[in-house]
Every structure is written in C-alpha cells, then in structure tokens.
Design a protein. Structure first.
Length: 595
C-alpha cells in the first residue's frame, strides 16, 4: 500500500476536492512559488541556548527573521507538550540539588561578588511547606552591584512555556536586607528584536526584596518590581504578563515565554545580603488542549499588522512520540494520556503510528522531523505513515544531509511517496543567516492559504534551496505541460518526456538529473544515475529528459555549485506501470496518454 493513502483521502474530504483530483483533464501549469519555514519555535517552546545568549525566541523575533530572509509563510511549530505544559513542574520545594529527579542548580555570579555561598537548610523554612529551603548569601565589595544567583535548571525545561496565563508565588525571608543588600527572583523571558530605541535582547523581570518598594527599569530590557522587606517570611507574587505590559506597553506582552528562573542576592558597598527561598508555586489556568490554540491564534492576529508581508499559520511539533510536525487548516492538539510529572518520550514505532492515524483522521498532513538514519525501519514502517520527511538540516552537517538523501532514495525505490522538506528548527530568533547551511522549502501553490499550501505539500510540488547561496532558486518538473514534481505517472508508455526547469542558477552551477529504480526491492540504497547539465543549458528554458519507465523509475533534481555544495533539491516524479500493485495517494496521481 502506498504511503500516505489514508491522509490524502482524509485531506480530500476536508479541503477542496479538485485540489487532489486526478488531473488528466486539467490545463497548463498554474500557481506561484511560495517560500515557507515548516519548523519554527517561539515563546511556547523552551528557551534558546546559552550560546545564543539565553532566552527563547518570541514570535516577533522569528517574524523579523522571516522578513529579513524573504520568507512568505511561517508555520508555527512549537512543541505540543510544552504548549500544554504537559507533565510540567507546578512548583519547587527547594529541598535539594536533584529535586524530583530532574531539577539541578547552577551558580551564576555577575559583577564583583565575595564570599558567595548557598545551602539547602532545614531551618529556617517556609511555614507553608515542610522540608528544606534555599539560603543564599554574598557580599558586594565594590560600589557597583554584584549578584550571586542560582539557576533552577529543570530537566528538559519542565517549566519553559508561554506565560500569559501564569502566576508565580514564592515565600522569601530577607535575613540581611538593606539599602545595599537585596534578595532577587529573576525571570528570563523571550528574546525580541530591536525596537522603540531599545536594543535587541532578552527581556528580564526581577522581583526584589529590598529596603524600599518601587517599580523601575534597571536598563532598557530589565524591569524591576521591589517589595519592602518586613524582616519575616513574605510572599512574592509575580504576574509576568501584567508586568511586561506595564514596563513595555509597546510590546505584545503575551508573546512571552519563561526561559529561566533564578534565585539569589545582590549587594554593594561592602554589604552582605542573605535571603531564603521556599514554596515556589506556578499556577497556570490553561485548558491543555484549547488554550494554546486560542492564545497563539490571537497573537498571530496581533502581530499581523506589524508583519503584514508574512503569512502566519498554526501547526505544532508533536514531541512525546517521534518528533513530527502537523499541517492542517483547523489545527488541534494531540490528546496525550495522563503520565504524571516529567513524562518520558515514547519512541516506539507503534506510538508514532497511532499519532499519525489520529491526525490523518482529521485531514492533516504529518511530517517526520529529523528522522534517524535507519532505512530498515523506514521501509518496514513505511515512514511511520508520514506524508513529508525532513531531509536538509540547518546545523551544517552535510554528511547527515547526504545520508538522509540516500535514505530518501530507499523510500523512493519502495514507492513510499514522501515530500522531502528542509529544516530550520530555530528556537532563538537571532540570525537565521548565521546558520551553517540554511535551506528553505518552497512550493508551487495557488495562494498562501493553508488549503492551497497543504494541497501543494500533499502533491509533492516542493523543492528546497540554500538561503544564502541560491536565494532565488526555483525548480520544477512538468509532463505534457502539467506540473509533475512529486507526482506518480501510471502509463503504458515505455518512456515519458520530462521537462526539467531550473531558474536563477549561478553561472558556475550544475544541474544533476538523478534517476533511480522504483523496484520495491528492499532496504538497500539504490544505485542512481546522474546526468549533469551546466547552468547555461537552462538559460533559454527547460531541458527535456526522456525518462524510461522500465520496471518503475523516479527522477529528481539536485543543484550544486562549482565546489559541489548542494544548493537545491527537488521532489521526484515517478513512472509506474498501470499493472503495478502500488496504491498511489490521490494527491499525487498524474495521467499521461502519450507514447
């Protein structure tokens, strides 16, 4: 059975049927190129890496990158379980260094600090919670503030998600607090681009127990809420979105994630600060399956006016099974079964296949993200039932890209009809162009509407190109004047003329027409034949390649520069006999009556 048959039938019932019909009677090629990022994270996922300066991307930061890179469409694909806060921490008891088997503590000192110490102590502790508490002490020997903070590193970021429905409370005891000594709770939120005279950077909220209460900006990106110490146990209440809105009213405050939590003290002028922390509570009001969809759609609406040239569409990366992106018009979150705190990834084939079936029943396309190099499993599971598969990665590993292309050829020879795509998988929102090898996926589509884009992806009318080295690259295949990239031609003809189009090629570029056997013969990498053409061959239009059918064949296109670097990859066209026992998804069928 051909891969994706179930999904294409389901999508056909949920979208315009003509978009998926056998197009024997359709006319000339139509549609326009639409560039897309199909794997992009924002404030609903975990924070960015330390190498990127901390702080996860806001939606605004990613849209800024989309504009700078001439991207037409952003599909928001945050981790679904992070959207839901599925199995997340709802509090920290400050009982030790490995609380709940996943919470660790790392000291971060900034400025001049002396005699910094921390300990988990049995006394004192909050009257609201038994067990231990965290005591931090440090001195500031200079006139400028020095601080010693402990970062609460939750295993697999079990508190990082959007905070627009979140209130945090923590019990604090200011043992040594004064004009030059303060207790600090720091919330690192999302990264945003430069705006309103402020630099680009991570926006931070600090809640301080101090000698005097007040609210102020410590710097353009740090808002401070100070509460006066009364010498006893006090409760700090933190409503991040309210405070972001108050400090920076020009932001879309709800476009904020909680990247990191830190607890500590700050001191100056030779003073010593000592504080105790206990009984942190994280209160989220979200409905786990509906709140995120409603909230992110509202953010998309608010940000549309700031980035009118970028179409935003809602998706998700399903991540408690194999990582997979889901593309559908009316998006729904996958209902995971209850698993308790810190749930564990179910990496089984069965779990992934069940998820794919659930989304297919709702008319979705499913993309297999960063698949492992395992041709045997890929063939045996028929790519888990997915419809699309990520081939190009953005981390600069060309060996991995070529291994995945080899694996894609294994799928192609076995009539596993997958649309090959590229990966951005960015969490930081800083500099897409700085990625080692940024590839962008484009499709030939009638519009930027989700329906038309999904139809193009289902039909395989997609290619990917190197964003820096071939930013205007376009590929296409046509048969008898009809778009054939991604399609399956069942014909009695012994060969079919395929028009290969490659536009805006670099002068030293080479177009390679790659031909492989579709013999359904197993898990080994097929031998392919490469036919190389110089860029000049395409200067006046397409090159016609006569593709012999034999016992089944496919043809795809690669573009490389003079150094052999892969610039572009186009999805294949398959030729099969009508007598072959292969079911072809409706979206991919293309008739040919010639000889």
């Amino acid at each position: 059975m051909g891969l994706g048959l179930g999904v294409t039938a389901a999508v056909g019932s949920a979208t315009t049927p003509a978009a998926f019909a056998d197009d024997a009677a359709t006319g000339a090629v139509s549609g326009r190129p639409v560039s897309m990022v199909l794997h992009t994270h924002s404030c609903f996922s975990e924070g960015g890496s330390w190498a990127a300066g901390g702080g996860g991307a806001s939606m605004m930061a990613q849209l800024e990158q989309a504009v700078r890179n001439d991207i037409d469409v952003v599909w928001w694909t945050d981790h679904d379980w992070r959207m839901e806060a599925y199995g997340y921490y709802d509090g920290i008891a400050f009982d030790g260094t490995d609380e709940d088997g996943g919470l660790q503590w790392f000291v971060q000192n900034d400025g001049a600090v002396a005699d910094a110490q921390h300990a988990f102590v049995a006394d004192p502790h909050s009257p609201n919670e038994p067990g231990k508490a965290l005591r931090v002490t440090a001195s500031g020997p200079e006139a400028g503030w020095g601080e010693s903070l402990l970062w609460a590193k939750a295993g697999n970021s079990f508190y990082s998600t959007n905070v627009s429905d979140t209130t945090l409370t923590v019990d604090v005891l200011g043992e040594r607090i004064g004009p030059d000594a303060e207790l600090v709770v720091q919330l690192e939120t999302s990264y945003r681009p430069a705006m309103a005279g402020r630099p680009a950077g991570v926006y931070v909220l600090e809640y301080r127990l101090a000698a005097m209460a007040g609210r102020r900006l410590a710097d353009p990106l740090t808002g401070v809420v100070a509460v006066a110490s009364d010498g006893g146990w006090q409760r700090l209440t933190m409503r991040p979105v309210d405070d972001i809105r108050a400090f920076w009213p020009d932001l879309v405050a709800e476009d904020s994630g909680l990247a990191r939590l830190r607890f500590g003290v700050r001191a100056r002028n030779g003073a010593t600060a000592t504080g105790v922390f206990d009984h942190l509570r994280i209160d989220r009001t979200r409905d786990p399956l509906r709140w995120h969809v409603r909230t992110q759609r509202d953010l998309m609406r608010q940000l549309r006016s700031r980035y009118p040239g970028v179409t935003q569409l809602l998706s998700a990366e399903v991540s408690m099974v194999r990582h997979m992106n889901v593309f559908m018009e009316d998006f729904e979150l996958y209902p995971y079964p209850p698993r308790g705190k810190a749930p564990v990834l179910d990496n089984s084939v069965e779990a992934a296949e069940a998820m794919v079936r659930w989304y297919h029943e709702r008319g979705a396309l499913v993309q297999y993200n960063h698949p492992p190099i395992n041709p045997g499993e890929l063939v045996a599971s028929r790519a888990l039932g997915a419809d699309l598969i990520e081939i190009a990665n953005a981390d600069g590993d060309f060996t991995l890209i070529h291994d995945r292309i080899d694996q894609y050829d294994v799928a192609a020879r076995n009539a596993i009809f997958l649309t090959a795509t590229s990966q951005v998988d960015d969490h930081a929102g800083r500099n897409w162009q700085g990625k080692s090898h940024l590839y962008t996926t484009a499709v030939w589509a009638e519009s930027r509407d989700a329906r038309d884009l999904i139809a193009a992806l289902a039909a395989g009318q997609a290619w990917w190109y190197h964003q820096r080295l071939w930013p205007t690259g376009r590929l296409d295949l046509t048969v008898s004047g009809r778009r054939a990239m991604g399609r399956v031609v069942r014909t009695t003809a012994s060969s079919v003329p395929v028009d290969v189009r490659a536009e805006n090629l670099p002068q030293d570029g080479t177009v390679q027409v790659v031909v492989g056997e579709c013999d359904r013969s197993g898990q080994t990498i097929p031998s392919v034949t490469r036919h190389a053409y110089p860029a000049s061959a395409f200067a006046s239009g397409p090159v016609t390649f006569r593709l012999g059918r034999n016992n089944g064949r496919y043809l795809r296109v690669e573009v490389r520069d003079a150094a052999g670097i892969l610039l572009g990859f186009g999805n294949p066209v398959w030729l099969l006999s009508p007598r072959d026992d292969v079911e072809v998804p409706r979206a991919r069928r293309l008739s040919y009556a010639g000889r």
